[in-house]
Design a protein around this ligand. Structure first.
Ligand code: AMP
Length: 226
């Protein structure tokens, strides 16, 4: 579903298109009831794969909505309009870490990593694993606060891309730990910490934590050049 400025999605009025990613398009919008700015991610028609995917996301959305932490983008709502599912989130005025990862100095890199570790700690205490920590999922607000985004959606993306099949790994893999590359169902909180460390590596060295061998993975072939 393509939306234009001025369109309404339920009680939300579209103000601008912010960008597109693997899962869908993100818009800046105004919640007409509460009169506050929000970010809306309208998911691609097949983003949640099937009714199981929607149900899984709905279930997880409840846990994510319960997370309240300065380093996590809050999820306000998850709804459907004309067969399109959309997530309504806290609006973060700023950029993604992906856009400025080259220019982050060491002290700032440590500051961002500590913020992410704090956010992840709260998520893990709530039993939620992100599964796709990477610079593109870290928003930096104008006052410098790092915020993790795409909780739950990341999980769906992982499921959608068939990453549970050995040798069939697609999507963003540079930041994933070997066990997740082998079997996406085998992850726990430690996998997020690995991905956070890979992100910190990139901030400090300027190099991507690229996977050496990622096609047709077998246990002994999975390694990173960290
Ligand atoms: P994504 O599809 O998650 O990669 O997001 C596409 C673009 O939308 C990103 O480059 C961000 O600049 C922007 N964006 C995503 N989430 C938010 C948010 N909660 N607040 C403000 N901008 C966002």
């Amino acid at each position: 579903m393509q939306l234009s400025v001025g369109d309404n999605l339920g009680r939300y009025e579209i103000k601008a298109e912010l960008g597109s990613g693997g899962m869908g398009t993100v818009y800046e919008a105004i919640d007409s009831t509460l009169q506050r700015k929000v970010a809306i991610k309208v998911l691609k028609p097949n983003a949640l794969a099937d009714s199981d995917g929607v149900e899984r996301f709905n279930r997880e959305a409840k846990a994510i909505a319960g997370l309240s932490h300065p380093n996590i983008i809050s999820l306000y709502d998850f709804a459907e309009h004309d067969d399109a599912h959309y997530a309504v989130m806290e609006y973060a005025d700023g950029t993604t870490l992906d856009e400025c990862v080259e220019s982050v100095n060491r002290d700032r890199a440590i500051e961002i990593a500590i913020g992410m570790a704090n956010g992840l700690s709260a998520a893990h205490e709530g039993g939620i694993i992100h599964r796709d920590i990477k610079p593109a999922n870290i928003l930096l607000t104008k006052d410098g606060t790092p915020k993790l985004t795409d909780f739950g959606l990341a999980r769906q993306e992982t499921a959608d891309h068939g990453q549970t099949q050995v040798g069939a790994v697609l999507g963003t893999i540079d930041y994933m730990p070997p066990e997740q590359l082998r079997d996406a169902t085998a992850v726990d909180a430690r996998s997020d910490l690995y991905s956070l460390a890979a992100t910190l590596y990139q901030m400090v060295t300027g190099k991507s934590p690229r996977t050496v061998s990622y096609t047709h993975l077998r246990a002994h072939e999975t390694r990173h050049d960290l």
